[in-house]
Design a protein around this ligand. Structure first.
Ligand SMILES: [Zn+2]
Length: 483
């Protein structure tokens, strides 16, 4: 597989460090609020990556953190700690808030067919791991104590700016209006590893440490949790593009200074979901959640399809019209899969390999999900039997996660029931199109058959055949296709 590596800014051949395990790490959510569908875009695309790696035969171990203790990005954070703010808003304890929104996050993920990572670790479970790393960073001179906090000293590094394409001035917090610079810092990009004196004085969760009672900085969580479960190296680290700087840059700085060698080989960043007028999570309109989509009558998997239709390294514009279109496409796709009837015919292995090659060419090339969806349509159009098509679709959908087989079965059953109730029979076309003229002819033929006028029935069938329309009788109806 080839993948774009944000660290080298090149598309590279993906080669894991170990033959028996592929180590994957994902930055998890800060659990103080419901997840925004813009953030869930990242998790959908990372889910496709994980599933495709498994599909390709890798033994993936994926780890994700849950940020349940103070999420402080930079000096620019204002007011209150996010977790504490959530707790006050809802008159609950910080841990109750964390538990509630962790459950809500995984419930949203389940609705979007996002697999839960093999290890999900709340940040509050690993305090000793952070203390161990920070202690060594202090001993080796990469960290210093000032004003009650422990800071990472970015001036000790040969190279700090890993992901950003910004110039150094743009990163200086002091030049941005309304940001109070932390005067304890030796260098403007230094960041906190351990707080005992935070500007958020009423932090609810605190632990003992060699530097006093306090709590960890946000960045150290991911390094600590990754090393705890995946050891001293990492094959691929994923996250939203907004995490690239400073979060991932700081993860690299502290991890490699601690380990004394390279830590992670590939970095995958998913771009933003935007509205027509800017970054979505900052927009003033409705706060978009999976529950809101469901409330408005959308299938969450139509949103998943919407995300798959564009490349993860492009910003995606969300509006309701785009989601409506995705809903229509999704409904039609299910209709087409439902028109395939399993008949226990032998699987055409040659067709499977040819189709699989198209699918691999799409996802193996920097996770081109929109081409992978096209490969799904190629299956529907391919000249082979329905059993083979259904097998290929089930295989591909184990990666794409659109529940096509399950939903098609449900549709077939539902159509049958409706036809039985109405005493009617269904007419479906293989490509999902509707044609009133053809349907009228098929009904005439059905009426002739009912009246035992088989000569007329056969004549209609032949007439359609000459016009390039082929009919197949199915239970409670007829399926037609253009040949
Ligand atoms: Zn992280």
């Amino acid at each position: 597989m080839k993948i774009y590596n944000s660290a080298s800014r090149k598309i590279e051949e993906f080669v894991p460090n170990h033959p028996d395990i592929l180590k994957m790490y994902t930055c998890g959510p800060t659990v103080y609020h419901f997840a925004h569908i813009g953030n869930l875009r990242s998790y959908i695309m990372e889910d496709v990556l994980e599933k495709y790696l498994r599909f390709s035969g890798y033994n993936v171990k994926r780890v994700m953190n849950i940020t349940d203790v103070g999420h402080l990005t930079s000096d620019a954070d204002e007011g209150e700690d996010k977790m504490l703010k959530g707790a006050k808003r809802e008159h609950k304890s910080v841990m109750e808030i964390a538990r509630f929104y962790t459950d809500a996050f995984f419930s949203d993920c389940a609705k979007l067919n996002i697999k839960t990572p093999d290890v999900v670790e709340p940040a509050t479970n690993c305090i000793d791991d952070y203390i161990k790393i920070i202690t060594k960073l202090m001993d080796t001179g990469y960290a210093y104590f000032a004003g009650g906090n422990v800071y990472f000293d970015t001036s000790k590094l040969e190279r700090y700016y890993i992901f950003n394409d910004f110039n150094e001035d743009d990163l200086a917090v002091g030049v941005r209006e309304g940001v109070e610079e932390d005067t304890n810092k030796r260098n403007k990009n230094d960041f906190v590893l351990w707080f005992t004196k935070s500007k958020f004085e009423d932090q609810a969760l605190k632990w003992e440490s060699p530097w006093g009672t306090g709590y960890p900085g946000w960045h150290i969580e991911c390094s600590g949790i990754s090393m705890k479960h995946l050891g001293d190296d990492l094959d691929i680290h994923c996250g939203g593009i907004d995490n690239a700087f400073p979060h991932h840059t700081n993860e690299i700085a502290q991890s490699e200074s601690y380990l004394g060698h390279k830590w992670c080989n590939y970095w995958m960043h998913v771009y933003h979901l935007n509205t027509n007028d800017g970054k979505m999570s900052k927009s003033s309109g409705e706060f978009l959640t999976v529950s809101l989509l469901v409330e408005k009558g959308y299938d969450p998997l139509a949103y998943r399809l919407f995300c798959l239709q564009s490349h993860y390294r492009k910003s995606l514009v969300f509006n309701w019209e785009n989601l409506d279109n995705a809903m229509k496409t999704y409904g039609k796709l299910i209709g087409r899969v439902a028109s395939l009837i399993p008949k226990n015919e032998p699987i055409d292995e040659e067709a499977i390999s040819a189709l699989r090659l198209r699918f691999d060419n799409a996802l193996g090339n920097d996770l081109n999900t929109s081409l992978a969806v096209t490969a799904l349509y190629d299956v529907l159009k391919y000249d082979t039997n329905d059993d083979t098509k259904l097998k290929a679709i089930a295989d591909f959908d184990s990666v794409l996660g659109l529940d096509l087989i399950k939903k098609a079965e449900a549709k077939r059953e539902n159509d049958k029931k409706q036809a039985a109730v109405a005493g009617e029979f269904t007419i479906i076309s293989e490509d999902g199109t509707m044609d009133p003229q053809i349907e009228a002819k098929i009904r005439d033929r059905q009426n002739a058959k009912k009246a035992k006028d088989f000569a007329t029935a056969d004549a209609i069938r032949n007439e359609l055949k000459e016009a390039g329309i082929e009919l197949t009788d199915i239970p409670h109806g007829v399926k037609w296709k253009k040949v």
